[in-house]
Design a protein around this ligand. Structure first.
Ligand SMILES: Cc1ncc(COP(=O)(O)O)c(C=O)c1O
Length: 450
């Protein structure tokens, strides 16, 4: 089944640009891609694959031919880079002692990590439950919200992604993920996300919060509002007023505020957790991805003591629930961040990125907007700055040119270049990535005029 409509998330795996990309790959790579295609189930957005990678180090992934890509995507697991020596050492040491902990038993490293993690959070967020992946963490949060509130429905934002399982796609707002999967149980309502650029830069996203108030008022069976604090994919950064208001509204309606920080916690935004930028505290916080240090799949939720009321419900029940390896990786992540003052570094990088991308926007009319925080940035490409028509083909071409030149990232919403480098990136590496992007934008802008 060929897909031509997958313009929302990721690159277009069957487009002309993808075919041109394959045309410049070597025979050995193409043979492995073919084998991959023969063995694995084909699925939307992930297949066919782009390239074959065989090693990774720091900010780089390397392919069969030894070509290195700076990885500005990394599925958001690589805050500390790949094969971070400190993380590897801690995980390897744990592997030699207790690599697995069967459910119904506990282990010291899981407890130590829970203590350390909650020590980084506001005092109310004290109760932890781990899971092997982010989607499962979201599922646990949704279950807990049902138990706590006795209400089944959930509100989320349009185009939001909270994982790809049936419960998570039902809760989320990306129609793409619901396609061909039959009926859902009407358990979620999607409301518009707070956005600025496509909302004529009106900095009054408070009205999006007011709309939530209205929805909650009209649907007393809603028990939770789930959202990313800052949307990772197309980099949407709500105002402080928005989140303050949302927090107030959720409390007023006895609706739990679930913040999904699976891709952006652990320093991505310049704070350990993104909600710290807003002076609010969620009822449930979902974590994952980078928590496993780009080594171990590991995720979880953190919530309040007062919600520790589901002792007779299987909230998680996962085989790898208290993974000692995951906990060792998570501990190492927090320790490494502390020892290396990584949050301060990210704040400095943010200033640099803001300046450089603003200058780039002034030079190229293909760029409609640049926005970001910490080391999470979006460059939105448009055909026309007035109409803001999305430059979808151009975004894809820019992406492939960057790939050719050794920089990997994802395109979101069809036209937003999403830049999510490892937080350990050096200034020299950051500069050289920006040079690759600028060269590609200049080239594609020129070719689209010609
Ligand atoms: C915001 C958000 N929530 C949840 C998930 C699901 O995490 P996982 O793929 O680890 O199940 C993702 C994954 O991309 C995500 O971006």
């Amino acid at each position: 089944m060929k897909e031509t409509s997958l313009l929302t998330e990721g690159d277009i795996n069957f487009s002309a640009s993808r075919q041109q990309w394959y045309a410049i790959q070597d025979a050995a790579t193409l043979a492995v891609l073919e084998e991959d295609s023969d063995h694995f189930l084909h699925q939307s957005l992930s297949t066919p694959c782009l390239d074959v990678i065989t090693s990774c180090e720091g900010i780089y992934i390397s392919n069969l031919q030894g070509k290195r890509y700076m990885d500005f995507h990394g599925n958001n697991v690589h805050q500390l880079g790949y094969r971070n020596a400190y993380v590897l050492e801690k995980v390897k040491a744990q592997m030699d002692v207790l690599p697995f902990s069967p459910r119904r038993y506990t282990n010291p490293v899981a407890i130590e990590f829970a203590r350390k993690l909650t020590g980084c959070l506001p005092a109310e967020l004290h109760r932890v439950l781990f899971a092997p992946g982010g989607t499962s963490a979201v599922g646990m949060a949704l279950k807990l919200a049902r138990v706590v509130t006795g209400k089944q429905k959930v509100v989320s934002l349009q185009d939001s992604f909270h994982g790809a399982s049936l419960d998570a796609i039902e809760a989320g707002g990306e129609e793409q993920f619901k396609k061909h999967l039959g009926t859902f149980h009407n358990a979620s309502i999607n409301i518009p996300p707070p956005t600025f650029y496509r909302n004529n830069n009106r900095f009054d996203d408070i009205r999006y919060a007011e709309y939530l108030d209205e929805v909650l008022h009209n649907h007393p069976d809603i028990g939770a509002f789930i959202a990313e604090t800052i949307r990772n994919t197309d980099v949407q950064i709500p105002s402080k007023a928005y989140w303050k208001k949302v927090r107030e509204i959720c409390s007023k309606h006895n609706v739990l505020l679930i913040l999904d920080e699976i891709p952006i916690a652990f320093g991505r935004t310049g704070k350990m957790f993104a909600f710290e930028h807003y002076g609010i505290v969620p009822d449930i916080l979902c974590l994952g991805k980078g928590m496993g240090g780009a080594v171990v799949p590991f995720a979880g939720i953190v919530t309040k003591d007062e919600f520790n009321i589901a002792a007779d419900v299987s909230l998680g029940h996962y085989t790898h629930e208290k993974s000692p390896l995951g906990a060792a990786a998570g501990l190492a992540v927090l320790e490494y961040m502390e020892h290396n003052d990584l949050l301060e570094k990210v704040k400095e990088d943010e200033v640099f990125m803001r300046m450089k991308l603003k200058e780039m926007k002034e030079r190229y009319k293909l760029i409609g907007d640049v926005r970001g925080v910490g080391l999470l940035w979006g460059i939105e490409l448009v055909k026309d700055r007035i109409t803001k028509e999305k430059a979808i083909k151009e975004a894809e071409q820019v992406m492939y040119r960057c790939l050719e030149n050794g920089l990997s990232f994802k395109v979101s919403q069809g036209n937003v270049l999403q830049l999510c480098p490892p937080l350990i990136i050096t200034r020299t590496e950051l500069r050289s990535a920006l040079e690759i992007i600028e060269e590609a934008i200049a080239f594609i802008q020129l070719s689209s005029i010609a």
